[in-house]
Design a protein around this ligand. Sequence first.
Ligand SMILES: Cc1cc2nc3c(=O)[nH]c(=O)nc-3n(C[C@H](O)[C@H](O)[C@H](O)COP(=O)(O)OP(=O)(O)OC[C@H]3O[C@@H](n4cnc5c(N)ncnc54)[C@H](O)[C@@H]3O)c2cc1C
Length: 322
Amino acid sequence: MKKIVVLVDRVGRSIDDSAFELATAARSAAGASVVGLVAGHDLASYGAELARWFDEVVLVDDARLAVPDGDAWTAALAPLLRAEAADCVLAAHTNHGLDYAPALSVRLDLALVSDCLSVDLSGPAVTAVRPVHGGKVHARVAVDPAAGGCLVTLRPGAVRAGACPERGGTVRNAALPAGFAPRRRFVETVAGDAGEVDITQADRLVGVGRGIEDAESLDLVRDLAAALGAEVACSRPVVDKQWLPKSRQVGTSGKSVKPKLYVALGISGSFQHLGGLKGDPFVVAVNKDPKAPIFSVADVGIVGDLYEVVPALTAKLQSLKG
Ligand SMILES: Cc1cc2nc3c(=O)[nH]c(=O)nc-3n(C[C@H](O)[C@H](O)[C@H](O)COP(=O)(O)OP(=O)(O)OC[C@H]3O[C@@H](n4cnc5c(N)ncnc54)[C@H](O)[C@@H]3O)c2cc1C
């Protein structure tokens, strides 16, 4: 029977959504045993939730793992992964995953396929698709089954988490290996500046992208956000132009947000932007290009000029509110 191990990331006190995306990807290997491996401190409460997603959950719970640190993770997980001898190890292509995945692959002599958009575990060879040349070309990579396993990192958001499989898995604790001695020393956590508003806490967001032509036009966006009771967010080009502060940028190099409603105005839907959109919100997209990738994730898509659509939407909302 095939064995797939998923390295589970956490964000603060919560399990990162990437864990459920990776568990969903792991299910493409029909009949495989899927193990979730979590390192950290104070993990007791995670076991029950993760057991619904995995056949087995292994918790490596130790105060020395309280701060996410790739060096400590590598030292803690390498012996366990060696013992698991999985056909494939899946990790999230997050800052944290980038910190430990290459080191783990070297330590365990596993083929590393990083930054993938999808992975197929159903055949004898693990295959994955990864962008190359800045995303202009997608390469399909196959790992030789004789290679002795591989480690694949998947971009957050590349795979949508499916329904929880209700696996009813077992939960066990594993100790740190003898002689555990990470070489980095944690000094302090410096909290990032939340900015004038914390978009990560907003239930409704109106995101604006390069489709907006100038800073003055942002008033259209602010009016729609006010009518919806939403905060204004944006894609990176809007920050690069200094029309909105970085604290409002959604994406892999911006904030991860989890609104219930996301209205995307003049945003194409790059993976870097969508990578920051978590929790499966209801997405309304306005874009004049019917082929814009944002429409593939939108629940409601409006093909049109935002300069016409947005004032009309705002006026309608205002009239509905009376
Ligand atoms: C390492 C790295 C990290 C990155 N991190 C982030 C990140 O965190 N967040 C992020 O957003 N990006 C990030 N990017 C940039 C990302 O690759 C894209 O370039 C960016 O998301 C595109 O922003 P956009 O959709 O606003 O612009 P574009 O891709 O230019 O899209 C503009 C869209 O507006 C539409 N449009 C134009 N005019 C109108 C109109 N009048 N009405 C309606 N629609 C209109 C167009 O059809 C188009 O689809 C990152 C890039 C790199 C390399």
